[in-house]
Design a protein around this ligand. Sequence first.
Ligand SMILES: [Zn+2]
Length: 357
Amino acid sequence: MTLTVVSGSGHTWRLTRRIGSGSEGVVYAVDDARPLVAKLVPDPPDPAAYRRRIARLVRQRREPRTVRLLSATPVPVAWPMAGVRAGGPGADGVDGYLMTDMRHAHQPFAHLLTPRARRAHLPGATWATALAAALSLARLLANLHAEGYVVGDLKPDNLWVDAHGRVGIADVDSWQFTDGGEVFPGRMGSPGHTAPERIGAPAGTAPDRASDDFVLAVLVHQLLMCGLHPFAGHPATGGDYLSYDDNVLHGRCRLLDRTSVALPRSAPPADLLPRRLTGLFRAAFGGVRPHASAWAEALAAEAEPAKLRSCRRNTLHVYTAERPWCPWCDLADRGAECYRAGQESPEGPERNTVWQR
Ligand SMILES: [Zn+2]
């Protein structure tokens, strides 16, 4: 069965295969000379509102604020290009939109977060690449906020990265924005990537820039700490570990209180972070959230070549010049190699990711 979609102006595209699905949509490859994909949302809570949302986003594509956001190379946002409907223009059709295929210039963001995926997909990536990605993400979010957009459901699944650490974002149809005085509410965050005041909030609670800024700090921590979530760890009081969100609600975070959680020896040491970034993390998780632009400024300073050192034992070991010796060698000596050169044996257990779930 061939699936086709048609735009409001009557243009038809053939969908070639299903390439992914998320919480509320399915993404298909599109038969087109350009790298395009189609996202179809089978069951939006309010189909008419969803169609209006897509139509407004498509129109905004030509506004100066959006043109500015899309002007970078590679294009950092999978902006809706055209609203489409599957199954013809009849009332039973499924709505969606066409967008840039982010796989054309990027890889899934998660490829930068775990040692095994990094070795397989981004073998040249170092801590400098993680810093570059953190900076790129902070700048992107600062730019989105400056243009009036709130992401809401900010998480690795919606993000993309390339070998230079340049970050892209998709799932624009879940953002919060205003258009012509009308507010289009955003979707809430996902487990592990939700600000504390939004955890367990009633459906319909709107995200805001501050909730994005909290999740940005979580993602920057994950990037710089080899995937480690800032609220990872078993409660030091002896109670059961339930979830990242439970730790968030109880303030169990190594950077806020070293005695609040127990982490395995394979976890990257907290002191591999430059002091300025440690200060920003403590502010972000302690309640005085730095804005994305403050993160961008600090990360740009830490990514300067003069602030970085390379290890003599392993050229993939890059660390802050504030450290007297290589933290990645220390970890490797404990059996947890975050940045290992060469091929990973496909059979080998990945011991250094036990703390990631
Ligand atoms: Zn080293």
